[in-house]
Design a protein around this ligand. Structure first.
Ligand code: NAI
Length: 703
């Protein structure tokens, strides 16, 4: 019997088969191997003990050694490729970014990395990057150092650095504009968006897109320097002129500032500056790119965005495992139920959806169709997703479902009634979940026959865009139920945040004092646009007034009432005018009128806002921070990371600040506490600092 090869060996063998790489290797290091066949050298990246190739310091050091070998052998071309099934390379190893002590240390490391990549770029023989799957960031910079790029149809290319508060740092800023239309190049770097192989070919980034079986022929053509190369387009010569670039750069800066304020996100402006000042002069650009990248990397925006990246990874890891959920039954086809059902169907689950109102079901199907069209590329995928979603007026799906998610009105007695009606029809191992935004699970638990299978699976609005899901535990839930609920979130590409039952859980509990403070400011006569501007200036994606309209004033009212009853010291009473608005049907964006009026496209009609006074942002944000500290002290979330992640991915809390508790730590706990004390004196005891601040003095462990 043949022994099964180790996974790493298997991957290398598969790669050898895929690319027909000759084995055994001529030279083998930990992450790279070099082989020779028919006078073509094959340099294969297969990062040890990782499922995805990334460029670490060690990978680049070994590449340097491999280049020594390549220079010592006779060959007519060099192919650089990956042995991983996931793709070519996903970028730099982000873990390395956290170890960087200073801009000087980063700059030194980058210079060394550039020296190695330059060596590859200077080889005299034709060099060919053979790309399948992801080719991102540093991976793309490695490919760009090759004379040709040959891609398989599943390849995708991009520079996502901007999402981490950076720009390309390994030569991308001059090698991409040297290969394709410079404006497209800068736009790709500014947006962080990826392009698929076919588009990359049209842009001239890729020289050939070929099926696996035609790779050998394409390599032969490249080795003989016979692969076509596209020009950079008619604009390129004009953009060599500094005055033209100056004009274009000004427009780019304005556009970039509209997407992300430069005072919070400096990378786009830094990239535009580089291009404006050094385009067409690779040496000068290289030195400036290194300086600028090192500077950004040591700045707080990038550090905090890297932190947010790892927070996401931490939650994602919690969503691993077997959910054993194939069939989901959703009850309630309103704002949330419709999107939950559609999203589950898009992500491959079989879904039945019930509602008392047939009109709500019809609307939900339309919502699902639109979402499928937006999210799925092919019409076959869209049709399959719609086939998986079954409107179910009778609730017949309950009997076959592995998971039932309730998303009906936010009233405990109504939810209890639905749960007790369901009980006799459930499958033995089915999980029963509620999407309640504020009701503690203890208030629902005794309405179900087996509380060990009741869990909160709390989605955020809109489900298709908000990645977070709070998975809510109570003291009678089974740990298997919780693990399955978290794995279900992983199945549908959402991030599970484990929280304990308490009214409002983490996100709504922390958000409500913020919204309530905005309502009090309205009562004091502050203009709504000014309130929203203060929050946006702080870095929130939208202000609290617009957010309340987006969530729905009826939902805000219910949540604020529940939380005021539970925590009267923390959450002010709901203003009468809010109740009257809801009674009049002015529910926010969904009804076309709320605190703002909305146009046909759902855009709020805003007046010009005078600049907010300095205190305004603190009045809004610090109550939220105070509640986060309280949630930690009360054990509603197990640690600071869960709270920070929940607020970033559930509310969009300024990601460049690394989460509310991280922000408090960076600003200085003493400063926050003193400001809260001042606000309490001026505006009331709801600002009294929580005793938990005393435990927050210690620095946050690096995540
Ligand atoms: P919604 O009012 O838009 O929809 C509720 C739907 O449930 C309606 O279509 C109604 O006909 C249906 N329904 C009511 N009783 C029913 C029953 N006994 N059987 C079957 N269907 C029934 O409400 P929305 O906004 O979707 O909220 C639903 C739940 O999700 C609430 O618990 C809410 O707190 C929670 N939630 C809401 C969020 C939001 O932003 N709107 C965000 C996260 C959670």
């Amino acid at each position: 019997m043949n022994p099964q090869p180790q996974p790493e060996v298997r991957a290398a063998l598969q790669a050898a088969e895929r690319w027909r790489i000759p084995t055994p290797a001529l030279h083998q290091l930990e992450h790279w191997s070099l082989a020779l066949a028919d006078d073509i050298a094959w340099l294969v990246l297969d990062r040890a003990a990782e499922s995805v190739n990334t460029l670490s310091e060690a990978v680049l050091r070994e590449l340097d050694q491999m280049l020594d070998h390549i220079e010592s052998i006779t060959c007519k071309a060099l192919v650089v490729c990956s042995a991983k099934s996931s793709g070519f390379a996903a970028g730099a190893d982000i873990r390395d970014f956290r170890g960087m002590a200073s801009a000087a240390a980063a700059s030194q490391l980058l210079q060394e990395a550039h020296r190695v990549i330059d060596r590859l770029a200077r080889l005299r023989i034709p060099t060919i990057a053979l790309v399948h799957g992801h080719c991102l960031g540093g991976g793309l910079e490695l490919a760009l150092a090759c004379r040709y790029i040959i891609a398989t149809p599943n390849a995708s290319f991009g520079f996502p650095e901007v999402l981490l508060g950076l720009h390309p740092g390994l030569g991308g800023t001059f090698r991409l504009p040297a290969r394709i239309d410079p404006l497209t190049a800068v736009t790709l770097m500014l947006t962080g968006k990826s392009v698929r192989a076919a588009r990359a070919r049209r842009l001239g980034l890729v020289n050939a897109v070929v099926e696996y079986r035609h790779v050998a022929a394409a390599i032969e053509a490249a080795a003989a320097d016979r692969l076509p190369r596209r020009g950079r387009g008619w604009q390129a010569p004009f953009l060599e002129w500094a005055p033209v670039r100056k004009l274009v750069a000004r427009r780019m800066r304005e556009q970039a500032a509209r997407q992300a304020p430069p005072q919070h996100y400096p990378a786009p402006a830094a990239l535009i500056n580089l291009w404006e000042q050094h385009a067409g002069r690779p040496r000068a650009m290289q030195a400036a790119e290194i300086r600028s990248f090192a500077h950004l990397l040591s700045g707080s925006t990038s550090r905090n965005l890297v932190r947010a990246y790892f927070l996401r990874e931490k939650l994602r890891a919690l969503g691993k495992g077997q959910s054993e959920v194939k069939h989901v039954h959703v009850i309630g086809a309103g704002t949330m139920g419709a999107e939950i059902a559609a999203w589950c169907a898009i992500r491959g689950k079989r879904v039945t959806l019930s509602d008392l109102s047939p009109q709500a079901l019809a609307k939900a199907v339309a919502v699902a169709r639109e979402l499928a069209q937006r999210r799925l590329h092919s019409s076959i995928e869209q049709r399959d997703a719609m086939d998986r979603l079954i409107p179910d007026t009778e609730g017949a799906g309950v009997a076959g479902a592995d998971l039932i998610i309730e998303a009906i009105a936010e009233k405990a007695e109504v939810k209890r009634k639905v749960f007790s009606d369901l009980a006799p029809r459930l499958k033995p191992h089915a999980i029963l979940a509620t999407n309640t935004s504020s009701i503690a699970l203890e208030a629902l638990r005794d309405a179900v026959p087996d509380p060990s299978r009741l869990v909160g699976i709390h989605f955020f609005n809109p489900v298709s865009r908000m990645e977070l899901v709070e998975v809510v535990a109570h003291n009678q839930v089974d740990s298997t139920t919780l693990a399955r609920a978290r794995a279900f979130c992983g199945d549908i590409s959402r991030l599970p945040a484990p929280v304990n039952s308490s009214p409002g859980f983490v996100v709504n509990r922390a958000l409500t004092p913020y919204l309530a403070e905005a309502f009090l400011l309205l009562d004091e006569g502050v203009q709504k646009e000014t309130i929203d501007r203060a929050a946006r200036d702080f870095g929130m994606p939208m202000g609290p007034i617009e957010l309340a309209d987006r969530v729905g004033l009826d939902i805000c009212l219910q949540v604020a009432r529940t939380l005021h009853e539970a925590f009267p010291q923390e959450v002010p009473a709901v203003p009468d005018w809010l109740e009257r608005k809801v009674t009049r049907g002015e529910l926010g964006r969904k009804s076309g009128k709320g605190l703002y009026d909305y146009n046909d496209k759902g855009k709020p009609q805003r007046a010009d806002a005078p600049p907010p006074p300095a205190e305004l942002a603190d009045r809004l944000v610090l109550p939220m921070l105070n509640t986060c500290v309280r949630l930690l002290r009360e054990g509603v979330a197990a640690d600071r990371d869960v709270i920070d992640a929940a607020m970033i991915f559930g509310t969009g809390f300024a990601p460049f600040r690394g989460g509310p508790l991280h922000y408090a730590s960076e600003r200085g706990v003493q400063n926050v506490v003193q400001t809260l004390e001042r606000l309490a004196e001026a505006h009331g005891e709801r600002f009294n600092p929580d005793p938990g601040w005393a435990h927050l003095q210690e620095p946050i462990a690096a995540t």
